[in-house]
Design a binder for this molecule. Structure first.
Ligand SMILES: O=c1ccn([C@H]2C[C@H](O)[C@@H](CO)O2)c(=O)[nH]1
Ligand SMILES: [Zn+2]
Length: 138
């Protein structure tokens, strides 16, 4: 899938976002190195803290199925499912990305539409990140 198709898939996934408290809908499409694709939406909770971001939903779906090498994530978001701006991943999600992705090559695409998007590496969004390499000798 090219970037446009991936962004379309992310926008389509906004309909699954469960966000009755913030009304801020987020959808992510995670592309693994083997070509497989994992979607994710934010899932809120009446107790608030159990809420999960769209990005982590996608990562945890993939890892729970044995997939741990990733190339790209596409993120779209907006109040009431209307995407008006690009939205960057929260710090917790950036840290989860750091666990499984090469900060120099993992691409984070923040999209407003199929035509308008910005692309970053994980390193750009999480400079000097702390990751597995700091604990495990490779
Ligand atoms: O990058 C982001 C930012 C926020 N959220 C979710 C968490 C919560 O459900 C709602 C408002 O913060 O948006 C995400 O899923 N991803
Ligand atoms: Zn997050």
């Amino acid at each position: 899938m090219d970037n446009k198709e991936l962004i379309r898939k992310a926008i389509d996934g906004l309909k699954y976002s469960y966000a009755p408290y913030s009304n801020f809908n987020v959808s992510a499409v995670l592309v693994a190195k083997d070509g497989s694709i994992y979607t994710g939406c934010n899932i809120e909770n009446a107790a608030y803290t159990p809420s999960n971001c769209a990005e982590r939903t996608a990562f945890f779906k993939a890892v729970s199925e044995g997939v741990k090498e990733f190339e790209t994530i596409i993120i779209v978001a907006g109040k009431g499912g209307k995407v008006e701006n690009i939205t960057a991943p929260c710090g917790v999600c950036r840290q989860v990305m750091m666990e499984f992705c090469d900060p120099k090559t993992f691409k984070i695409i923040l999209a407003k539409s199929e035509e308008e998007y910005k692309e970053f590496t994980l390193e750009e969004l999480l400079p000097l990140g702390f990751g597995p390499g700091d604990l495990i000798e490779n």
